[in-house]
Design a protein around this ligand. Structure first.
Ligand code: GAL
Length: 344
């Protein structure tokens, strides 16, 4: 039988932190914090599959969202401002006058209520948080739930729901940095397939220009699997400005159903990660940090290109982009998205 256990894991400004452990029948487990609904660790065959910290201190510091639930709005909103039904909302700006990942105190810095449960085929956590009207500038009291279901076949099913009492926008994602090699070493040899004919180029502040550019003949073409490092230093302006990949890909065949969109393979171990989502986009981020910019594990500096993020999402800055669909949540409707990461 799968099991769900938990233990104290320090304190945050809002109260005690707990670490939940979901273990499947194979003995593989995921560890989740009530702080930020954070996936702190994924252990497969005693190897660590994601980047994170070994104690709460790292998560309380300025950190790059390791494993966090990002909200209310994943990625950037230009000018930290958007207009909905004729009203302009000024949001909390936390990067170059723009908003990144929901603002300075996003969902990744909140304490979530956690309810563990198990079934024959999975260990489950249901996490909930109610974001007050106006938090980080967003309209509406937003009641959010996130379910992490860790199945016996090593699949992590992430399911988000949200309801509001005023029309608003919402775009939730998970910010895990996958490291299939296990040691937290370079991911440049890992091979990625992405089912995306197009991606959305960005300006110097990493705000989309509004175009959907074809990946054909560019470093962004992962339609035939290739090593993540193959073109990561290409003399190509979009690669240069992000120091690697930090872009939204337009997933082929989006129709709101759960579709397979990516396959990441570690050629050394043979381990694979299959990715599925109901969302139209994915942010491929290859951990392009400058030396000394962030830490990892017990606070050691993080080396560049040691993790791969596949953040499923609606497109960045979509509230301000006429060409992009905006995830508006209306009163009475339920936001409902699913992403699955399956290890093989
Ligand atoms: C990504 C974003 C990057 C960086 C990272 C967190 O989603 O696109 O530019 O901000 O999150 O450090």
């Amino acid at each position: 039988m799968p099991t769900a256990t938990h233990a104290p894991w320090g304190t945050s400004p809002d109260g005690p932190v707990e670490r939940h452990t979901l273990t499947n029948e194979r003995g593989n487990s995921i560890h989740v914090l009530n702080y930020g609904a954070t996936i702190q660790s994924i252990r497969i065959d005693d190897q660590e599959m994601v980047l994170g910290y070994t104690s709460i201190d790292g998560y309380l510091s300025k950190y790059p969202y390791y494993g966090a639930l990002v909200g209310r709005y994943g990625n950037r909103i230009a000018g930290a401002r958007f207009t909905l039904d004729g009203t302009t909302y000024q949001l909390d700006a936390n990067e170059n006058g723009n908003q990144l990942h929901g603002g300075s105190v996003g969902f990744n810095r909140k304490l979530w209520t956690v309810e563990p449960s198990t079934t024959d085929d999975a260990a489950i956590l249901t996490l909930s948080y109610t974001s007050p009207d106006g938090e980080m500038g967003f309209p509406g009291t937003l009641a959010v739930t996130c379910t992490y279901r860790w199945t016996n076949d090593d699949a992590l099913h992430i399911h988000y729901t949200a309801t509001t009492n005023r029309d608003t926008i919402v775009n939730l994602t998970n910010h895990s940095y996958f490291s299939l090699g296990g040691g937290g070493g370079s991911v440049l040899d890992q091979v990625l397939y992405l089912d995306a004919d197009r991606y959305t180029p960005v300006n110097k502040q990493q705000i989309p220009t509004g175009e959907n550019e074809s990946v054909a003949g560019t470093p962004f073409d992962f339609r035939t699997p290739k090593a993540v490092g193959q073109d990561i230093e290409a003399d190509y302006p979009q690669i240069q400005l992000a120091r690697g990949y930090d872009h939204n890909f337009v997933l082929n065949g989006y129709d709101g159903s759960l579709r397979e969109f990516a396959l990441l393979t570690d050629p050394v171990s043979g381990r694979r990660l299959r990715c599925f989502t109901t969302e139209p986009g994915v942010q491929l981020f290859t951990t392009n940090f400058r030396p000394g910019e962030f830490t990892v594990n017990d606070g050691a500096p993080i080396e560049p290109h040691t993790g791969i993020c596949l953040e499923t999402q609606h497109f960045p800055d979509s509230p301000n982009q006429p060409n992009f669909a905006t995830p508006v949540l209306k009163v009475g409707d339920t936001y409902n998205t699913t992403t699955v990461y399956r290890f093989e």
